[in-house]
Every structure is written in structure tokens, then in C-alpha cells.
Design a protein around this ligand. Sequence first.
Ligand SMILES: [Zn+2]
Length: 379
Amino acid sequence: MASDVVEEIETLLGRQAVEDLDLEALELAVRQHVLQLAGAAVEQRLNADTSDERGSRTCCGCGQPARFAGRRTKQVESVLGPLRLERAYYHCASCGHGYCPRDQHLGIENTSLSPALTRMTGTVGALVSFQEGSALLTELAGVAVEAKQVERTAEALGKEIAEDERVHTEPLDALSLPQTLYLGMDGTGIPLRAEELVARTGKQPDGSAKTGEVKLCTIWSAESLDEEGIPIRDEGSVTYSAALESASALDTAARSPFAQRVWREATRRRFCQAPRRVVLGDGAPWIWNIADEQFPEAVQIVDRFHAKQHLSDLGKALYGPTAPRAAQWAERRKKELDTGKFRALLTAIRRQVCRSEDARRCLHYFQTNRHRMCYPDFH
Ligand SMILES: [Zn+2]
């Protein structure tokens, strides 16, 4: 094959002097040729092997015999370009099922993409739009995958990953058990396409949804300190599990899909075995419901960033979004929060309640979450 390649390049270049070459055009053309040669060689090698003909009959999944019905060709898109693969085909007269045993071995069952191309496609499908993914694959890898196929592959991989996450809950022994483990829960709305919104109830007047809520469970440790002695997340200790799932159960006796996800992630991380356990949230009630039910011994803490965000927002609502007084007011409240002067904080907010509905809501938030905001005690 090496001599083939040299010959091809010679043909491409002709007698041109190096100075006259368009190197970019040359690179791309040579890559295409080399891929074609390699693809043809792989195709030839695979098709020469007919060991997948295991006699005239095999056993079909239904228990009845399947009859050998010749070799069939399938076009598979690979990172080397298209491959025409010939495989032994078996057909079962009882149930009508036909299959090629080799497809399973090669990982090309129910797909026209090779395993390596499936992985590449999944990678771009997870990062950019399916249209952009298709264009990137052509530009970067020199392979043709249509946008629709990027979408199908990304979705199939997504389903596989989701299934794998549900099935595998064995603890991750590679991560050591620290003194304190933190479990954070959060939810955030994301826009969805029309077909994904079917059957989701939402906040629109007619009960339909325009966005879905992605819920996230994060587990980490924070044994290390930064330069100022403030605990920071330990590198490599963070794991995530997220899905478009509801935190409310249809049946009150059952755990919601997201609560089950949290439980699986906690099992994997051995959360309940850590000497000290902390659940962090933004203050949304569903978070504390899951925490109360599944980790009653864990310390509950409102994420300090979220709590402070509430104070900044209230300052702006009271004095105007750009007023210096808004920032001053919020800064004083944040200091009270940090230093545990909770009574002073509540008094300051309460003073605004008569003139502001935002203040009333904010007061309620800080009152209900008070025991989760004793920041000086949490260190
Ligand atoms: Zn059958």
C-alpha cells in the first residue's frame, strides 16, 4: 500500500515545482486519496474472510432454526470513507427475522455508521448543532455524514448513556472517601424543540411548555484551601448527573425520576458513607424535600452565591437597577449574612416589606431558609 500512496502522490503533483504547489489543496487531496486506498484495503480484507458462514443453519432468537441465505452487501460509512461489506445472511422462516451475525461483532447492527465514525458523530452532535456537526465532520475528518444522521446518532448515544447510568450504580472506588462530601442540586430552564415538548406540561397559559427544566446533581469534596484559606472544590472530585426530569413523583409513595437519579449518584459516590455530608441548594423547596427524605442526617446549606443574589436583586428592586444605593444596601446585607448577624439582616428586609412585594418574598425566603444559612458555623 505504501508504494500505492507514493504513486498516487506523484500522479497528483505531476511535474510541478514545489514553489508552485498549493499545499492546502495538496494536503486535502492526498488525505482523500489515502483514505480511499486504506478503505479499499480494509474492505478487501474483511470481505475475504467468510468465517461468518457457520453452516447452513444457526439458531434464531425465537428458538427456531435460521437458514443461510447467501452473502449480503451493506454500505457502511466509516472514517476511511464508504465501505461495502459482504456478510453472511441468515433468515428464519418461523418469525421472518433476518440477520447478519457479523454485524454484531463489527458493531454495525442497525446503523450505517462504523464504530469510529459513530463516536466522532456523537462528539460533534454533543457540542454543536446537527447541521454544524455534519459540516465539521466533512471539513475536519473528510467524511460525509448528513445532519439528520448526526441527530439520530447523538440521540441513540444519549439513550445508551442514559440506560447505562440507570443500570450501573456500583460505587466508584477510584475516588477516595473524604471527611466531607457535598451534594448540590440545581434546576435550570432550557429551550426545547417542539417535538421534545410534547407531553411536557409547562408554564404557558394553555399548559404547554416552551422550556424544560434540566435538573443537575453534583457531588464533590472541598478538602483543599485556596491562597486565602477558603475551601475550594478538590480537583477531580466533581461528578455530575443531569437530565430533563421531574422532581415531583406522580404517585406520592414513589420517588420522582430525579430523586432516583440523585440516589444513584449518591450510591456511586458513597455519599452516605462520608463522615460529614452536606446538601447544597439555591433554596427551592424540592431540593430540601429530596434531602429530607434521602439524606436526613446531612447538613443543609443554601448556596451562599444564591442567597447573595437574592439580596442584590432586592437592592435593585428597592432603589433602581443602577443606583449606587442599591449596591450599598445589598453589600451591608451580605456582610450581615457572612458574619451571622441574621437578626439584623431580617430586620433590614422587614423594614421594606410595607413598600415592596419583592421584599416580602425575600423576607420569606430568608426566614424559611434561616437554619440553612448559618455560614460562620459551617466552617
Ligand atoms: Zn426466528
